[in-house]
Design a protein around this ligand. Structure first.
Ligand code: SF4
Ligand code: MG
Length: 332
């Protein structure tokens, strides 16, 4: 059964220059216990999609959705209490920069204990006990001392571990991680990703991992959603998207994954060109300006989703039966 179901989400931001159409009709689901990845460049709409679901957008944002449910409950029909419970307890979120997400004036212990006291109604003593357990779970050494420290006394990697401890402390059904390792250096990134894979086995939670790195998704998720220009351009299981990718943007992403045998992970090699201006999104395929296979039709008419299997679909005119056959030149 689906834990999270989103049908035709559109998110716009109203700014002086006009309307930025950041998310332009996105539909997807997350099953119970499943980990999915959302991949795309900055500005593809991946973070805005999840922030829309969390209700964490600024005042100039406007959301339209055909349907959105969590654990079988229509999210639009939730009263304030249900909404608070959903976002405080049932969905945990980990952001990119742990320094800005933690309060510099409060101890680590206070910040882990507070949500547990509110949502799990734990006494101070029990919350403290569980805070120490949580810090142990995320491999923070001597947690009994750490809980009395302030964020600036911890390294970036340790702070991100604390953020993860806070996010999982109320046993969320869904954990959303938005580029959780981007602000950290390479060795620490690997440690945090290992920790997350490890936690996935220990706690029974669904995970949505937002990243610009397809390699991260391959090691953690069972399914992947590829976003570009505010829409989903391809979606499938890891096997389908890595071994039988259908969209030229996905081909570019796969080509840019650093080869593991070359040793240390290198930075992603970007696909040439820039993403579309979402103040005036292209009429046809959003990738047309950067796509080496673009045809006339691509600029005029948005490609429809083509279903490849129960789990795999992509939106590209190349999948039309009359389209020319092209060499994907992806794997190798
Ligand atoms: Fe390229 Fe056309 Fe496919 Fe868009 S629809 S990805 S422009 S071939
Ligand atoms: Mg982002």
């Amino acid at each position: 059964m689906s834990l999270l179901l989103v049908d035709n989400l559109k998110t716009n931001f109203h700014i002086d220059a006009g309307k930025v159409q950041a998310v332009r009709g996105v539909s997807f689901h997350v099953n119970k216990g499943e980990s999915i990845g959302i991949v795309g460049e900055s500005g593809s709409g991946k973070s805005v999609t999840m922030l829309s679901i969390m209700g964490l957008l600024p005042d100039n944002a406007n959301i339209e959705v055909a349907g959105m449910s969590f654990n079988g409950i229509d999210m639009e029909m939730m009263d304030y209490k249900q909404w608070r419970r959903l976002h405080g307890r049932e969905i945990g979120m980990i952001f990119q920069d742990p320094m800005t997400s933690l309060n510099p004036l409060l101890t680590i212990g206070h910040q882990i204990m507070e949500p547990m006291r509110i949502h799990l109604k734990l006494s101070k003593k029990d919350a403290k006990k569980r805070a120490i357990e949580m810090l142990k779970l995320v491999d923070i050494p001597s947690p009994e001392n750490r809980i009395n420290q302030y964020p600036h006394e911890l390294s970036g990697g340790m702070r991100q571990r604390v953020m993860i401890a806070i996010a999982i402390s109320c046993n969320p059904k869904l954990l959303i991680a938005d580029e959780p390792t981007t602000a950290l250096d390479v060795t620490i990134q690997a440690q945090i990703l290992d920790l997350m894979s490890d936690l996935k086995k220990k706690i029974n939670t669904s995970i949505v991992m937002i990243t610009h790195d397809l390699g991260v998704i391959a090691s953690m998720c069972s399914r992947v959603i590829v976003m570009y220009g505010g829409i989903i351009v391809e979606e499938g299981t890891i096997r389908e998207v890595f071994y039988n990718p259908q969209h030229p943007y996905t081909w570019g992403l796969i080509r840019s994954i650093p080869k593991v045998e070359m040793g240390e992970r290198k930075k992603l090699i970007p696909i040439p060109g820039t993403p579309p201006d979402l103040l005036a999104p292209p009429k046809g395929c959003p990738f047309a300006a950067r796509c080496e296979y673009a045809m006339k039709v691509c600029e005029m008419i948005p490609p429809r989703n083509t279903v490849i299997s129960n789990t795999h679909q992509a939106a590209c005119w190349l999948m039309h039966p009359k389209a020319p056959k092209v060499d994907k030149g992806v794997i190798g």
